[in-house]
Design a binder for this molecule. Structure first.
Ligand code: ZN
Length: 290
């Protein structure tokens, strides 16, 4: 099958090694299937997006030797044609649909309520929900079992209400939450394969549930591939806050893309280590997650 997938960086910081490994795996999977790769830049959170982070996405992908077929090919084109800021009315229309279907509720908890650790009882307080700017909206999850077969890790099952109860679909700063805009974008693009870290297993369950409520049945045709996370020497997950592992810092310390590809090879225990992305096209990769 020809896969269609996407790499979806958030330009709220410099890309790090974990991003690079996810992008390389996605690129390899799509190119092996002679499929289509989309670049999707998740810039909903405008105040946190900086021009240098956006430029870093394009620079880093080229540096790694990753090419793509759809989406923006420059920061300027992204801002003019692809920015999620241009699609906020569409995301809001989907929120209104969820409100109409009575599958979400307004959460009026304040920041200080959350900071104090007060538990949210809004699902009991707000039987109906009118859209107002200051409210977050949360899904009403239930005890239904969500299941799917992961392309690398096999059968997965979760009771969503236990792993991500009443997850947020609209933030109280009047922006769509990741779960909502990501499902809408993947559905619009006709993506049929999603490659993500194993830390997002619950997210996948939540998105399958949400897609049902949005009436996007074809989302169930998406093949998910979860991969292990890159960890530091203490076994902790790498994040953007681990600034020393940003690819920008790696470049500035004199390391080459070739060295990143070698680390990638070690991470996946490749029998034939590679020095360039294009060498991945000649090998098979056995991704073992759990
Ligand atoms: Zn609440």
């Amino acid at each position: 099958m020809n896969l269609k997938s996407r790499i979806a960086p958030t330009p709220s910081g410099y890309l790090h090694l974990g991003n690079a490994f996810n992008f390389l795996l996605t690129w390899w999977l799509v190119r092996q299937s002679k499929g289509v790769l989309q670049l999707r830049i998740d810039d909903v959170d405008a105040p946190r997006i900086q021009p240098e982070y956006l430029n870093d996405v394009f620079y880093t992908l080229e540096w790694l030797g990753i090419d793509w077929d759809e989406g923006p090919f420059s920061a300027e084109q992204h801002r003019k044609e692809f920015s999620m800021q241009l699609r906020l009315p569409e995301y809001r229309a989907h929120l209104l649909y969820l409100i109409e279907q009575n599958v979400v509720y307004a959460c009026t908890c304040s920041r200080s309520d959350v900071a104090k650790g007060l538990s949210c009882n809004c699902v009991k307080k707000h039987k109906t929900a009118l859209p107002q700017k200051k409210f977050a909206y949360k899904m009403k999850t239930d005890n239904a079992v969500t299941s799917y077969t992961d392309g690398w890790s096999g059968y997965q099952t979760a009771i969503l209400h236990e792993v991500m109860p009443n997850f947020v679909v609209w933030r109280n700063d009047n922006l769509p939450a990741y779960q909502l805009f990501s499902v809408i974008e993947d559905n619009r693009s006709g993506v049929n394969a999603i490659v993500r870290g194993e830390d997002l297993l619950h997210t996948t369950a939540a998105q399958l549930f949400l897609a049902d409520k949005l009436g996007m049945q074809s989302f169930h045709q998406v093949q998910f591939y979860h991969h292990p996370l890159l960890t530091d020497s203490n076994g902790s997950k790498l994040s953007k806050s681990a600034g020393s592992l940003s690819l920008k810092n790696i470049r500035e310390s004199g390391q080459s893309a070739q060295q990143v590809l070698q680390s990638f090879s070690n991470w996946l225990k490749l029998k034939t280590p590679v020095c360039q992305a294009k060498e991945l096209l000649d090998i098979s990769i056995n991704v073992v997650c759990f």
